[in-house]
Ligand binder design. Structure first.
Ligand SMILES: Nc1nc2c(c(=O)[nH]1)N[C@@H](CN(C=O)c1ccc(C(=O)N[C@@H](CCC(=O)O)C(=O)O)cc1)CN2
Ligand SMILES: NCC(=O)N[C@@H]1O[C@H](COP(=O)([O-])[O-])[C@@H](O)[C@H]1O
Length: 200
């Protein structure tokens, strides 16, 4: 599994996946990371880790179709066969989704389909969970399709929402589950694409 990442901020899932590849906990090689945010800590981590990296944003490339094509060219040049959205806050385009069909995964910090869709990202999600008075929350790793947060779910983690929880305490409890959840989902994806020996 050759892994590329798109990240807008810290890239916490990307870092955990790279550590798992280094330790052998996941059979894979991180090869590239692109960010729409030139100052993202994820981009600095990619540079320091020797990954192929790029700053690809609508500020630099205003035409969404050209940006989609440029992101695809970057990913194809990296040799990646699997794409991980690691806190990527922009809509992925049809060219990238077409080329990597069934090989793009995203982690979302709620129990989809609750609290997903356009406008639902980062702290906004945890705020919505608290405002709704949900007794539990969690994270969801799903295959990425054109509709935001509508793709098939691969794995979910569940955590309680505790009395007195703040956005920060809930966020920390949910984020603590995301790395292992992403590894679980990537192993499932790997097994589903590994040809099984013919049954005699
Ligand atoms: N084609 C798809 N692209 C992306 C998906 C997806 O399912 N299909 N998931 C998102 C990740 N995500 C939720 O997990 C998400 C990211 C961003 C937004 C959003 O509303 N973004 C704002 C811009 C915010 C910003 O730039 O800081 C917007 O688009 O107006 C919602 C959900 C990644 N891409
Ligand atoms: N809708 C996507 C979304 O909200 N993703 C969430 O953004 C955070 C990114 O953290 P990071 O920048 O430290 O990796 C993660 O918690 C992830 O679930």
């Amino acid at each position: 599994m050759k892994l590329a990442f798109l990240a807008s901020h810290g890239g916490s899932a990307a870092r955990q996946i790279a550590s798992a590849c280094a330790s052998g906990a996941l059979v894979g090689v991180p090869v590239a990371l692109a960010s729409n945010n030139s100052r993202s800590p994820a981009l600095l981590w990619a540079q320091e880790s020797g990954l192929k990296w790029a700053h690809l944003s609508s500020a630099r490339i205003p035409d969404p179709d050209v940006l989609d094509a440029t992101i695809l060219e970057f990913l194809v040049d990296s040799g990646a066969d699997t794409l991980v959205l690691s806190g990527y806050m922009r809509e992925l385009g049809p060219r990238v989704l077409g080329h990597f069909a069934g090989r793009v995964v995203n982690v979302h910090p709620s129990l989809l389909p609750r609290h997903g869709g356009r406008g639902m990202y980062g702290d906004r999600v945890h705020g919505a969970v608290l405002a709704a008075g949900d007794p539990e929350s969690g994270a969801t790793v799903h295959l990425v399709t054109q509709g935001i947060d509508e793709g098939p779910i691969l794995a979910q983690s569940r955590v309680p929402v505790l009395p007195g929880d703040t956005l920060e305490t809930l966020k920390a409890r949910v984020q603590a589950t995301e790395g292992d959840l992403m590894l679980q989902a990537l192993r499932t994806l790997q097994e589903s694409s590994t040809p099984q020996p013919a049954q005699r």
